[in-house]
Ligand binder design. Structure first.
Ligand code: FES
Length: 579
């Protein structure tokens, strides 16, 4: 083995700092690893590839990841690398309380420190359920090793009574139908087995599919990462190829920061518009850019994305599902269709540019992926609103909103927090009709805490029974990427920090003007000052543990709700030994 190490010494990899020593430390590092049945030659200086796994049976969207990890390992071995799989905390959107977003930053710390503390030269991030993607990207970005993100793929289309049904989107519809009396409880319960019928994440263009698309658009995932269904054999091939490619990337020293440039972020914004992607992408990309030091702001979302047409006809903005999207050509067909709106020279983990990756991408179904000149909706991007209700910004997804409400003035009906909302929304005496503006406070990063996906408040039953399906809703919360409606989200500063949202009272007139990018509380400044003087912050949720760390350090939505002390990166150097 001495000779093998000698051959590597002219250009040793990071892992040689552990496995290359001939002293007590080297003995310890190699010897204990060998209890797993690993032969000598794996320690000869070859690239050590970490496979960062968010597998968990409590994260059903990622429950197939041990199989995916095995496929990555095959590729790593084939290319002459040494794969080491390691777990990090997983975030299951369907189960975790109060919201997975509370833990995104915690997982990013787990990822960052796990990578830095170990003899790893390159990483494959196994991501799927919503927050697992940004959490792993953020953590890895703060280390900046060669990295590939590999999504686990969407579930097959749901099918119920001969119709295709989509994760999340049809849950909201069915739930409203039960409340409106048009769907029985028996039908409702039957539908749940029909919706989730294979391994994989939500198969609508919700946050998971959006972030899988963002991975591909950023160039940090392989081509076709976004759409291959989880159970399609080609997902396993993609995992295998990710394993092969990451070994090459280590040899090329193709680090994350060489891929995740300003151009990559601009490409991602435009792709999110073209796919009718989730509003959650805004927060996650702002946080990721903050880790890398890439100048990228909320304004960029509006400037770069507002005129991008929505080309992908997927729920919740459209009709189809991710399986259809893959068969139609997947994300490469969309990126090719965007033409000049994409930076073709942005480098990707394939070793080629984005333009080269999609140069020959075919489209097989124009109902699913529309031509640029015949979009699903002319405006697919997200609109950033300003005004005295959100001086630091708020967002709305026009493609998921009702055209007749995009310019609206209505009287506020205020809910002080989510408990207040649940207690009163179906109270027959609640003074509300479809012209009102529903306002929900204290659901932002600090207020909830964790900025839960409650911004798409269900409408009052008495309004639903009239056949009304949408109203203007405003909050400092997020909403599920599978949701829809005229919903203003991420109002910043949030109510819990004393933003003007905290000062809204029942009956206040509120004006929404999406084309004018304006959200205005029509109350005099003098009156707002009086209210501000009376305002007291809501009680803190918990005085110990992670909740306390979170509330003390979380930034507002316009900074990606990252922790103030996590912005930036620390590289991978660790000078001190453990023994
Ligand atoms: Fe995991 Fe939707 S619940 S992606």
């Amino acid at each position: 083995m001495k000779e093998e190490f000698a051959a590597q010494e002219s250009n040793p990899l990071r892992s040689a700092g552990w496995f290359g020593g001939r002293d007590k430390g080297g003995f310890i590092h190699r010897s204990w690893m060998k209890n797993q049945g690993l032969p000598d030659h794996l320690f000869d200086g070859r690239p050590v590839i970490g496979i960062c796994n968010t597998w968990s049976e409590l994260t059903p969207c990622n429950a197939h990841f041990r199989i995916i990890a095995e496929r990555v390992k095959r590729g790593v071995y084939e290319a002459g690398g040494f794969p080491v799989e390691f777990p990090v905390m997983s975030l299951g959107e369907a189960l975790m309380r109060p919201t997975t977003m509370l833990f995104r930053n915690l997982v990013s710390m787990d990822v960052e420190e796990s990578i830095r503390a170990n003899p790893i030269d390159g990483v494959v991030l196994l991501v799927g359920c919503d927050k697992t993607t940004p959490a792993l990207l953020m953590g890895a970005a703060s280390c900046d090793l060669p990295t590939i993100a590999l999504s686990g793929g969407p579930m097959l289309n749901g099918r119920y009574k001969g119709e295709e049904i989509g994760s999340g989107t049809d849950v909201w519809k069915f739930s409203e139908a039960v409340r409106a009396g048009t769907m029985s409880m028996g039908e409702f319960l039957e539908a749940e087995s029909c919706m989730s019928r294979s391994a994989g994440h939500c198969m609508t263009m919700g946050t998971a599919s959006t972030m899988a698309s963002v991975v591909e658009a950023l160039g940090i995932g392989l081509t076709f990462n976004a759409a291959i269904p989880a159970v399609d054999s080609r997902r396993h091939v993609l995992a295998h190829m990710a394993g092969r490619r990451i070994v090459e990337m280590v040899r090329e020293d193709l680090r994350m920061s060489k891929v995740l440039t300003r151009k990559a972020f601009e490409n991602a914004v435009r792709v999110v518009g073209a796919i009718g992607g989730s509003t959650n992408a805004v927060i996650h990309l702002l946080a990721l850019a903050g880790r890398l030091g890439v100048p990228f702001t909320l304004e960029d979302w509006d400037r770069l994305g507002h005129d991008v047409p929505c080309l992908v006809n997927l729920m919740p903005s459209g009709k189809y599902l991710m399986e259809d999207f893959y068969y139609a050509g997947g994300l490469p067909a969309v990126i090719r269709e965007l033409g000049d709106l994409i930076h073709p020279d942005a480098l990707t983990v394939t070793g080629k540019t984005m333009g080269e990756n999609v140069a020959d991408a075919p489209c097989y179904n124009r109902n699913v992926i529309r031509p640029f000149g015949e979009p699903l909706t002319p405006v697919g991007g997200l609109a950033v609103l300003r005004g005295n209700l959100c001086p630091d910004g708020a967002i709305i997804k026009p493609s998921a909103a009702s055209p007749h409400l995009m310019q609206h003035r209505g009287r506020a009906v205020v809910f002080e927090n989510i408990e207040d909302f649940h207690a009163r929304i179906d109270d027959p005496s609640l003074d509300i009709d479809e012209s009102c503006v529903m306002v929900l406070k204290n659901c932002g990063p600090r207020g909830y805490p964790g900025m839960a996906e409650v911004g798409n408040m269900p409408l009052p039953a008495k309004v639903l029974r009239k056949g009304v399906t949408d109203m203007v809703r405003i909050s400092d919360a997020r909403m599920s990427g599978t949701a829809y409606g005229t919903v203003v989200l991420h109002a910043t500063p949030e109510a819990a920090t004393g933003g003007n949202l905290a000062l809204v009272e029942n009956g206040d007139p509120i004006e929404l003007d999406v084309s004018g990018r304006r959200l205005h509380l029509d109350v005099s400044e003098a009156e707002l000052s009086r209210r501000r003087a009376r305002w007291t912050p809501p009680p803190r949720p918990m005085e110990r543990g992670y909740y306390r760390l979170y509330v003390d350090h979380v930034l507002q939505a316009d900074r990606g709700a990252d922790f103030d002390f996590l912005v930036g990166h620390s590289g991978t150097d660790v000078s001190r030994e453990s023994h």
